[in-house]
Design a protein around this ligand. Structure first.
Ligand SMILES: Cc1cc2nc3c(=O)[nH]c(=O)nc-3n(C[C@H](O)[C@H](O)[C@H](O)COP(=O)(O)OP(=O)(O)OC[C@H]3O[C@@H](n4cnc5c(N)ncnc54)[C@H](O)[C@@H]3O)c2cc1C
Length: 390
């Protein structure tokens, strides 16, 4: 089976590795000429780390990740702890896989190494997908450099501005949420005080500050959110204005101020948060979508990367089942779409709790977070793959 994956991000590379493990030889077409270090931190909850266990990547992932012992919620002004939650070994004991936090580039490197060790020709760089055509048989995909290739399956894993999605469906304009975010990395060396616990957030009206250790605790990943209008650039590489960021978080607790003041400007980026409506269908003929291309979500449950990773293993399992490609893609969509649409909706709702007017009333009992919603319990390696109805 000739399988083309468009996009060598988290979802595309996980799908490639899972397919290789099941005996396929996929090709991943990536628009970038070079895969350089981009992005900052990602949270990998047990529903994501169990995928890497199935794929034999857990040890490598642990080497570059941090397993926080606790994660906590603080009041934005006083710094008082409102909720503290145990992480570390207790998560693994309960869900069967660890809760880890890592630099996006470290996970990306680990995935790329494994995929290329299995097949050095798997990832093809400098190939930007532009269109596809299919009429019942194999699909033809076309690239910006003028080349084309015929394949049996097309998996669009080309991220939040997916061109595969645009070629299969009428694209609706993304909707600006009124939220902007800054993300940056703070070197731990030289910080005046230790930051504890390993993973924490500070919550306040219309603002949210999150931070956790990555890269063997050498760096602290910081993401700060605020409701703002008048700035709508959805990019991973737009540099931030540090003075603006410090002004937005004026009056916040000393930990927040310390980290913002210590953040090197060249490591701080600003982006506007957009939503797309959940889709009811991702698949046309022999082409489907995966990860942010299928279900872009707000980051308030920390599930964007995790759901792309789950998709990668489930689609490989579906393609391995007996039957034709169309049936496999229908089964994949049936297995994944209800869960990812639910998580999209809950990610949008969660912000009201995190940025409420009275953070002092925030408590564990009322929390509607990724753990209390039961999202950690999902295992993409064993979840039943039933034939899609109809
Ligand atoms: C540069 C970058 C930095 C990021 N930084 C962070 C971060 O700091 N924190 C965080 O939580 N999330 C970050 N993300 C998002 C996060 O990686 C995704 O939300 C999540 O992992 C879902 O993965 P995905 O594979 O669906 O999409 P992505 O990881 O976005 O990968 C999509 C891939 O498709 C490629 N692509 C796009 N269009 C085409 C095309 N037409 N033809 C071929 N290839 C194409 C892209 O270059 C990219 O490699 C970042 C994404 C990117 C692309």
């Amino acid at each position: 089976m000739r399988i083309a994956i468009i996009g060598a991000g988290m979802g595309g590379l996980t799908a490639a590795l899972a397919l290789q493990r099941l005996g396929f030889e996929p090709r991943v077409y990536e628009q970038a000429d070079e895969l350089i270090e981009v992005g900052a931190g990602l949270t990998l909850s047990p529903n994501a780390t169990c995928v890497f266990r199935h794929l034999g990547l857990e040890e490598r992932l642990r080497e570059v990740s941090v397993e926080p012992s606790h994660s906590a919620v603080r009041h934005y002004q006083t710094g008082e702890w409102l909720v503290s939650r145990e992480r570390g070994p207790s998560v693994e004991a309960e869900y069967g896989a660890p809760y880890l936090q890592c630099h996006r580039a470290d996970l990306h490197d680990a995935l790329l190494d494994s995929v290329e060790t299995n097949d050095p020709d798997c990832v093809v760089l400098g190939r930007r997908f532009v269109s596809l055509e299919q009429d019942g048989g194999p699909a033809n995909i076309h690239f910006a450099d003028g080349s084309s290739t015929e394949v049996d399956v097309v998996i669009g894993a080309d991220g939040v501005r997916s061109e595969v999605r645009g070629s299969l469906f009428t694209q609706e304009a993304p909707i600006f949420t009124g939220h902007v975010a800054w993300r940056g990395l703070v070197p731990v060396d030289g910080l005046p005080e230790e930051v504890t616990p390993d993973s924490g957030i500070s919550i306040g009206p219309m603002r949210l500050f999150t931070r956790y250790y990555v890269r063997r605790r050498e760096l602290i990943n910081v993401v700060a959110f605020a409701r703002m209008s008048g700035w709508e650039i959805e990019s991973w590489s737009e540099h931030a204005d540090m003075e603006e960021l410090l002004t937005v978080f004026e009056g916040w607790n000393s930990e927040v101020r310390m980290l913002l003041e210590a953040m090197p400007p060249e490591l701080c980026f600003k982006w506007a948060l957009f939503v797309r409506e959940p889709m009811e269908n991702w698949t046309v003929g022999r082409a489907t979508l995966l990860g942010d291309a299928a279900h872009p979500m707000l980051p308030f449950l920390g599930m964007g990367a995790a759901t792309a990773i789950e998709d990668g293993l489930v689609i490989a399992r579906c393609l391995k089942q007996p039957g034709d490609v169309e049936a496999a893609l229908a089964n994949y969509q049936a297995a994944r779409l209800p869960r990812t649409n639910f998580i999209m909706q809950e990610s949008t709702k969660r912000v009201a709790q995190l940025q409420g007017d009275k953070p002092e009333t925030y408590d564990r009992a009322g929390e509607r977070n990724e753990e209390s919603l039961g999202l950690f319990e999902y295992d993409a390696g064993t979840v039943p793959l039933q034939a899609a109805a109809g």
